[in-house]
Design a protein around this ligand. Structure first.
Ligand code: G6P
Length: 505
């Protein structure tokens, strides 16, 4: 133990997220193949050199035997990861049920499908109990490895109950919680049976962070309206305890993308793609296959554009990269069939013997900002799009379509901009967030408007493209994921210092 040996050590940062940044595949009784994701959170935290980060989370596999749990724990330790083991029943109720069938759609204003509404109401309590149980399992693991002076950073809607569980173990633990999705208006949050318990638990944290000021404001309103607590410019106060609430917009490791473009393998990919789509403008969408991403609406807008602009039919192609996700949840299964049906219809309608207008490609992914929970048996081919191929795709794209219906902070738009230094393609964007200035902003629900924007983007003169790109590029390179993580953690440290100061006075 570094501390006991008296060596100067960095402050330990315990990052707790539902999913570890590693996916584990069992090779035999006692051996595991691990693949690490270098996107999103991982690259953010790699950039924060003053901390020694460890990860606590679910490895995405059910391991019920002792040998499996022991050997997986050992293999993960080499990657500085500590697993939380969840059995199948808990995964079903907590992850597929409460997290992805209740909280996720609610936080994105999607509501529940009408026919499921009553059934969900009935199964709500058991799913919420499983949610609390799962959060307690995460807390047990954190508590086992916690050392005085560690900072604990909890992530996302899966772990709203965690701050309270941790503080019950040790009220001196420094606990931060960050939400990667929108936090809805208090009027929406109000419709959740467990609305108060979740808010109270999150407020046990010392610092609560959101991607945008609006989400932070919604959270504070929910606490004032539902719990009757006081909202202050700093956060939420109740009986002398202040929980700081603030916005920390995430970014990407833009340098990683910019550097990759120089690599010979990326240049080779770029050359191949240019040859393959010579004479056609390339439009690109990259999304998890999720209801919030607005994929059917985007494709219908593209169909409308082709319908109204016959001269473009053989001059443009839409490459829609989709990463199936949460494939055990029925809404996601329905969405997948719906997208396949629409793509098939449009390709049948506008395709020729030699070319189709839409390439809808499913990938099992390790290289974007997330690892997905795709049940690969449901995928016809189990392949991932590697980082270099992705950078090349971004680089050859003329128009990127990022038209989520609602999103926490969409980083595909950032990745696209980082790879566009030479092409200066156009970004069509629905959720303005921080990239508003250089993008064409659209209402993703309005297919006519998106179709018109596609036409505008494809015909945009070079000087306007250049100007818009510069605005986006400046933002992407100056708001990085490393800066985001460093700011959050340093504010978390300061928050505690302030709290301790108050106690001393
Ligand atoms: C969103 C969530 C993440 C999640 C990711 C992939 O970005 O905010 O917490 O990890 O989706 O979803 P999955 O259910 O596969 O972990």
């Amino acid at each position: 133990n570094e501390r006991q040996e008296g060596r100067p050590s960095k402050q330990r940062l315990l990052v707790v997220a539902n999913r570890l940044p590693v996916s584990a595949v069992r090779r035999s009784v006692d051996s595991w193949q691990l693949e690490i994701s270098v996107g999103g959170l991982v690259s953010a935290l790699l950039g924060v050199k003053e901390f020694d980060a460890r990860w606590i989370g679910w490895a995405g596999v059910n391991v019920s035997d002792d040998i499996g749990q022991r050997t997986l724990t050992k293999s993960l330790a080499e990657k500085r990861c500590i697993p939380v083991f969840l059995d199948e029943e808990i995964v079903q109720q907590y992850y597929n049920g409460y997290c992805n069938n209740i909280l996720w759609p609610l936080f994105h204003y999607l509501g529940l499908p009408q026919e499921d509404r009553l059934a969900t109401t009935r199964s709500f309590q058991s799913q919420f109990d499983a949610y609390k149980k799962a959060n307690q399992l995460f807390a047990d693991v954190v508590n086992n490895i916690y050392q005085e002076g560690d900072v604990v950073w909890c992530h996302d809607y899966h772990l709203m109950f965690l701050p309270q569980c941790l503080k019950r173990y040790n009220s001196n633990m420094k606990v931060g919680w960050f939400l990667h999705t929108p936090f809805p208006s208090s009027e929406i949050h109000r419709t959740l049976p467990s609305r108060s318990e979740l808010l109270r638990s999150v407020l046990a944290a010392d610092l609560v962070g959101f991607h945008t000021y609006d989400y932070a404001r919604h959270f504070v309103s929910a606490c004032t309206r539902i719990l009757g607590f006081e909202g202050t410019p700093e956060g939420v106060e109740n009986q002398g305890k202040l929980t700081r609430v603030a916005a920390f917009p995430i970014g990407i490791d833009s340098e990683r993308f910019i550097r990759a473009l120089e690599l010979p393998q990326v240049q080779d990919h770029i050359k191949e793609l240019k040859e393959r789509f010579a004479g056609r403008k390339v439009m690109l969408g990259v999304d998890r296959l999720d209801m919030i991403k607005g994929i059917p609406q985007k494709i219908l807008a593209f169909e409308k554009f082709l319908e109204e602009n016959p001269n473009w039919r053989d001059k443009v192609v839409l490459l829609q990269i989709a990463v199936p996700t949460r494939t055990d949840v029925s809404e996601y299964q329905k969405l997948t069939s719906q997208v396949h049906e629409i793509v098939g219809r449009i390709n049948g309608r506008f395709g020729t013997l030699t070319a189709v207008p839409i390439h809808h490609l499913l990938y099992r992914d390790y290289e974007f900002g997330f690892i997905t929970s795709c049940n690969s048996e449901r995928l016809l081919n189990d392949r991932s799009l590697d980082f270099h191929a992705l950078c090349a795709l971004y680089a050859v794209t003329d128009v990127a379509l990022v038209t989520s219906l609602r999103d926490g902070m969409n980083l595909v738009s950032y990745e696209f901009v980082a790879c566009q230094a030479s092409k200066k393609g156009v970004l069509i964007l629905s959720a303005a967030q921080s990239l508003g200035a250089g993008a064409i902003l659209v209402n993703p629900w309005n297919i006519t408007e998106v179709a018109a924007s596609i036409g505008y983007a494809l015909n945009m003169p070079a000087d306007e493209r250049e100007k818009r790109h510069q605005l986006n590029f400046m933002h992407v390179t100056s708001h990085t994921s490393q800066e985001w993580a460093a700011t959050f953690v340093s504010e978390l440290n300061d928050t505690i210092v302030e709290a301790q100061l108050r106690t001393c006075q």
